[in-house]
Design a protein around this ligand. Structure first.
Ligand code: ATP
Length: 678
């Protein structure tokens, strides 16, 4: 019955444009799918030239270090293909290597992994990361402050070409939102930490929406239906399946628990266990494969459930095999893996792979995104501005704390006057502003890290480049930094009674503003190097701590130890220029009472600067400000360079490391020796 059911589903695929004539040979462990290749070309979806992307992988291995000096294989010699107009399902128990296979195919393996074997796009070796394909990963990295509609709209404007009008882009976004069944929640904020918004399944659908907006030629989906109920899973998958049928897209999706309806949407199935292929071929023939090996799907059971139950050894239970008794799951897997390797189906897959490679076609274009750079900068600025406005932790909380600190400073140094003791007090007050108030800019780092995660996802999927991100982030942050330096700055400045005159206050606020921008730029660099926000905050705080110490206030410039502190730190630390600029702004032109008892002498502000604070008086305070502004530009350029270097160096390192692991051949001879099995 079960096999009949599946042969019927083969005919469903025929209706979709893929004739899949299958016949079971008496002695074959697998049904033979005759001339699938020829027929799919007939279907018109697979002109490897213009129509789409064929992806093949041959003898693909992925290993990771096992911490004992050798490596552990996660993917073991997989061979397979994905063709235009077809939906390939990767299935298997949790931890069997589905995500790793998708990552390998999409060129996104982690830094500690090694890859061996060929992955070809239309017969060409080609790097896939950065804009050549779309990948919906398992975790939904979204801007939590945006509504569904906003998230999809902004994404449409970023990705869709300028040749499309604004209304066409909106229409595409609306249509995609409806396709994913999100129309009722389109005005709900996505939500995240601290603010509940969408459910997990709805977030999943937003992630899919964003990636299918441009109808990419090659789409990877890692568990697109996780968090969805069975009806929603079916609708989501059928909409995705429609993409591949209509437009000859190549779609590869890992999936956990497809209902029988969802399962039938897939054309091919890659069933994995511990990184090995248990079955690769038409979904419609999988049941027959299990039956012919003595593991028939019980009547009324969903075939995909049966497959997964049969090969899941995490909760090892003996499995009933036909009439011959019980076998351990490990034995069952071994039988299936061997049976697949010696089957006609495996030969067919190999033939298909070499056919596709021989035919060759176009390579994948580097970037699918055609919105102009200017449009991207404008959209990113707007999106980032809205995000900063709605995220309390980005600037608003900081503004409140700054106001409190400014009131603190204003009351502690209230009406500072021009006495001898005010010389020291002024210096301390200004140093506090230039070091601690700017240091606190670090408070926005967690929010920036969230932005970075979204940027990384969008960058990998080719929505826009790092330059547009830096420009968008810089422009959107300007008004907030301006506000934060102006309001608390004014409170502290006027309560303390620092030097009168508009120019002096403007310089003070401009210095505070520039230092904040500088710390933000520094933290951008930290974020591009350090993997998580806790480590980032510690690193950023450490760097700033050193700069404050070496800035020439806590230890005067001439007293700084020469190695490291004076050369080079004193010249690199932005605090030096901040202290000196602020001091010049305040002391120049003022006179202070002398400490001589009964004397009427006064001390000149310039003398205080020269002799007390050891300030370099050879250049004006505006030069200090200009140096800091150039540092802001330099730091942001450094961030760009780091991002671009990492993008270029990573694939080179990966290629270097992609030598076939030594133990691969040995494990291939005897899979049970694989550490995965121990
Ligand atoms: N970079 C890595 N370093 C070390 N181990 C890794 C790495 N990537 C994957 N693994 C291991 O490889 C195995 C397969 O992981 P993978 O995420 O591919 O499984 P999966 O089939 O997608 O699982 P799930 O369905 O639960 O998401 C796991 O045991 C995982 O711990």
């Amino acid at each position: 019955m079960a096999s009949l059911h599946n042969f019927n589903s083969a005919s469903t695929h025929t209706n979709l444009g893929i004739k899949n004539s299958l016949e079971v040979e008496p002695n074959s462990i697998m049904p033979r799918h005759r001339d699938v290749h020829a027929v799919t070309i007939e279907s018109g979806l697979n002109n490897d030239g213009d129509a789409g992307i064929s992806l093949t992988w041959e003898d693909l291995w992925v290993t990771v270090p096992d911490g004992k000096g050798s490596s552990r294989p996660i993917i073991q010699g997989l061979t397979g293909y994905a063709r235009p107009g077809q939906l390939l399902a990767i299935m298997g128990p949790s931890g069997c290597g589905k995500s790793t296979l998708l990552d390998a195919l999409a060129g996104r393996l982690g830094a500690n992994t090694r890859q061996a074997g060929d992955i070809l796009i239309n017969g060409h070796k080609q790097k896939l990361a950065y804009g050549t394909s779309a990948y919906v990963t398992q975790d939904d990295t979204l801007l939590t402050t945006l509504t569904v509609r906003e998230a999809v709209y902004y994404s449409a404007q970023l990705q869709l070409p300028n040749s499309m009008s604004k209304s066409e882009k909106k229409e595409r976004a609306d249509m995609t939102i409806r396709e994913m069944g999100l129309q009722d929640s389109e005005n709900t904020r996505i939500g995240g930490w601290g603010a509940k918004g969408l459910s997990g399944g709805q977030k999943r659908r937003v992630s899919i929406c964003i990636e299918i907006l441009t109808r990419p030629k090659l789409l990877f989906l890692d568990e697109p239906t996780s968090g969805l109920d069975s009806a929603a899973s079916y609708y989501v998958m059928s909409r995705i399946a429609r993409l591949d049928q209509r437009q000859g897209r190549t779609i590869i999706a890992s999936i956990h628990q497809p209902s029988s309806e969802v399962f039938e949407l897939f054309h091919n199935l890659c069933l994995l266990s511990s990184g090995r292929t248990v079955y690769f071929g038409p979904t419609s023939a999988a049941n027959e494969f299990f039956t012919s090996n003595g593991f028939p799907c019980p009547t009324l059971q969903n075939p995909s459930d049966h497959f997964l139950k049969t090969i899941n050894k995490d909760f090892d239970e003996d499995i009933e095999e036909g009439s011959t008794g019980k076998k351990s799951t490990e034995e069952v897997i071994s039988i299936l893996v061997k049976s697949y390797k010696s089957s006609d189906g495996y030969q067919q897959v190999q033939r298909q792979v070499s056919e596709i490679c021989k035919r060759e076609g176009r390579t994948l274009e580097k970037s699918r995104s055609h919105a102009s750079f200017l449009t991207q900068c404008l959209v990113l600025t707007k999106r980032s501005f809205v995000n900063m406005y709605r995220d309390l932790g980005y600037y608003w909380l900081r503004l409140a704390i700054y106001v409190a600190l400014a009131l603190g400073l204003g009351t502690i140094y209230y009406d500072i006057g021009f006495s001898y003791s005010s010389i020291q007090a002024r210096g301390a007050m200004l140093a506090f502003v230039a070091s601690f108030l700017t240091f606190m800019t670090i408070g926005g780092f967690p929010s920036f890290v969230e932005d970075m995660k979204v940027f990384e996802r969008e960058r990998l999927n080719g929505h826009y480049g790092p330059s547009a991100f830096v420009i968008g982030n810089t422009l959107s942050s300007l008004p907030y930094s301006f506000l934060i330096s102006l309001i608390p700055g004014a409170i502290a400045y006027y309560l303390t009674g620092l030097q009168k005159g508009c120019e002096h206050f403007i310089y003070f606020a401009a210095m505070l503003f520039t230092c904040m921008m500088l710390v933000e730029s520094l933290m951008m660099i930290v974020a591009s190097i350090v993997p998580n926000f806790l480590m980032g905050i510690i690193t950023g705080a450490g760097i700033q701590g050193l700069m404050i110490l070496g800035g020439g206030f806590f230890r005067l410039p001439n007293d700084l130890p020469k190695p490291f502190w004076r050369y080079p730190l004193f010249y690199i630390a932005f605090h030096r220029y901040a202290y000196q600029g602020m001091f010049k702004n305040e002391y120049e032109g003022l006179r202070f009472a002398s400490n001589q008892v009964g004397g009427h002498e006064t001390i000149n502000g310039e003398d205080v600067l020269r002799n007390m604070w050891e300030v370099d008086m050879d250049y004006s305070k505006w030069v200090d400000l200009a140096i800091l502004l150039s540092m802001v530009v330099l730091y942001r350029l450094m961030f760009l360079v780091i991002i671009k270097t990492v993008e270029n160096v990573k694939p080179a390192i990966r290629a270097l490391m992609s030598a076939k692991p030594k133990q691969a051949a040995q494990i291939m001879m005897n899979p049970s020796d694989s550490p995965i099995h121990t």
